[in-house]
Ligand binder design. Structure first.
Ligand code: B12
Ligand code: SF4
Ligand code: SF4
Length: 392
């Protein structure tokens, strides 16, 4: 049978690689273990694990959780292409490596930037252009739309929808079903060669992956290679990994520093360390990431990406620098960056907690000033941090 007019894994993967992704997998919908994954998602939500992330609990008109199955919000969807873009940055340090006590940690995925050519800068800039923050959502959605456009050129009319993070779908469940990797005990999607420091992007289409009965072109499932390892569970400082493969997001530092608004419970704050945006610990300790980084340092498959390059100042950033930013400078530093999602006051709250956990009394003046702030989250974090410094 000719491959013309058909969506095959080879065709989809070739287009994804051409657009700049490192890996891609295709799965026909509905996939085999969809009912199991839907039940897992339902139980996760019912147990209150989503915290205040109400968008995860949105329901269809007939009361089903929208994200349970891709077919609920997208009844026309017959296939999903899931792409992987690495943010491993092999030569950069891990958060678990000791660092200067006056520095904080911003999650690796949020370090990204690119050089804007001077013709795109309002001020003109110099001939070299200017380095500006970049956000994977935007960068990868553009790539996914390029894949979508190429498929339309080749295969004609069909329904399609591209998402990076924000769609009403469980991307990691789709990625696992598409054979991109396995779900680790830290709940991340791990690719055997590239590790888990990677973003996912999804293209849903109404194209059938045919023939459905014999699908040599649809990748086989990757076996779980966590084995007896439990490093991520042991390393999680807030015990958010409550069991293998299960996270209580409301305890996760990534949730607390990015998604959660307002005060942070003291019991969690004291275990947050100096994480000011997101958290990488359960990935930094993972042997599969160590292997991927080692291989990359020896010239392996993780290439530099000009649109997702790390900004040096965000690696172990000085807490005092972050604390000193006023709102216009916060906008200048983080407009166009994932860090902006924490908000100006949210980031300050996180910095206050990190200052408390640093036990560096030189931060006392800054914290005193914040201890009377109008914002409750910042105020309570500063008061708690001062108490922690005085107990130092
Ligand atoms: C909400 C959300 C969060 C929440 C909740 C995370 C969570 N574990 O649920 C918070 C804010 C904490 C978060 C944190 C992070 N996130 Co996030 N997040 C999402 C989002 C928007 C939805 C995830 C979701 O539906 N969660 C609900 C649970 C049930 O789903 P899940 O964990 O993905 O589900 C799998 C497991 O729970 C598993 N499972 C459940 N029970 C069992 C039992 C067994 C035996 C097994 C085998 C499996 C299993 O089944 C599911 C499918 O595989 C997705 C984007 C998307 N639309 O999917 C990004 C996404 C998952 N996040 C991403 C990233 C990068 C991060 C961070 C690394 C950012 C950071 N450095 O701070 C951390 C990682 C923390 C971690 N260990 O997972 C990437 C993950 C890429 C990857 N390689 O896995 C995604 C896919 C975004 C993207 N497009 O790139 N995130
Ligand atoms: S991201 Fe950090 S807090 Fe969240 S589960 Fe992993 S180690 Fe725990
Ligand atoms: S640290 Fe160990 S258990 Fe956790 S995801 Fe990696 S291999 Fe699996």
């Amino acid at each position: 049978m000719s491959n013309e007019g058909r969506l095959t894994a080879e065709r989809a993967r070739a287009l994804a690689l051409e657009a700049g992704f490192q890996e891609a997998g295709l799965v026909a919908l509905p996939y085999e273990s969809e009912a199991r994954d839907a039940a897992r998602f339902r139980e996760w939500v019912a147990a209150g694990r989503a915290g205040t992330m109400g968008y995860l609990e949105r329901r269809s008109e007939d009361g089903q959780l929208l994200r349970e199955r891709a077919g609920i919000p997208f009844p026309w969807a017959r296939s999903a292409l899931i792409c992987f873009a690495s943010y491993a940055f092999p030569s950069a340090p891990l958060s678990t490596k000791g660092s200067e006590p006056r520095s904080g940690w911003i999650a690796r995925y949020a370090w990204t930037s690119r050089v804007l050519p001077s013709r795109l800068l309002p001020s003109g800039g110099d001939a070299k252009g200017e380095r500006r923050p970049s956000d994977y959502h935007k960068v990868l959605l553009k790539r996914m739309r390029a894949v979508e456009a190429r498929l339309h050129q080749q295969l004609g009319e069909f329904e399609s929808r591209a998402y990076v993070d924000t769609g009403p779908i469980v991307e990691r469940a789709l990625a696992t079903a598409a054979g991109l990797g396995w779900t680790g005990k830290n709940t991340c999607l791990i690719h055997q060669g590239l590790g888990s420091f990677g973003f996912l992007a999804v293209l849903l289409t109404s194209l059938e992956v045919t023939p459905k009965d014999k699908t040599p072109e649809v990748a086989a499932l990757v076996p779980d290679r966590c084995g007896s390892c439990t490093r991520c569970i042991e390393a999680c400082p807030t015990n958010a990994l409550i069991a293998p493969y299960q996270m209580d997001a409301s305890r996760c530092i990534s949730y607390l520093t990015i998604e959660h608004k307002g005060p942070i419970a003291e019991e969690l704050a004291e275990n947050m360390g100096r994480q000011v945006f997101g958290c990488d610990i359960c990935q930094d300790v993972c042997p599969w990431n160590r292997k991927a980084l080692d291989r990359a340092q020896r010239g392996g498959p993780i290439a530099a990406d000009a649109e997702l390059e790390p900004r040096a100042e965000l690696i172990n950033p000085a807490l005092e620098w972050l604390a000193s930013l006023d709102e216009p400078s916060f906008e200048r530093e983080f407009n166009g960056s994932p860090v902006r999602r924490a908000g100006f006051l949210g980031l300050k709250r996180n910095v206050a907690i990190a200052m408390g956990n640093s036990r560096q009394t030189q931060f006392a003046d800054r914290l005193e000033a914040w201890a009377t702030a109008a914002d409750e989250g910042l105020r309570s974090a500063a008061q708690w941090a001062l108490g922690r410094l005085h107990r130092a």
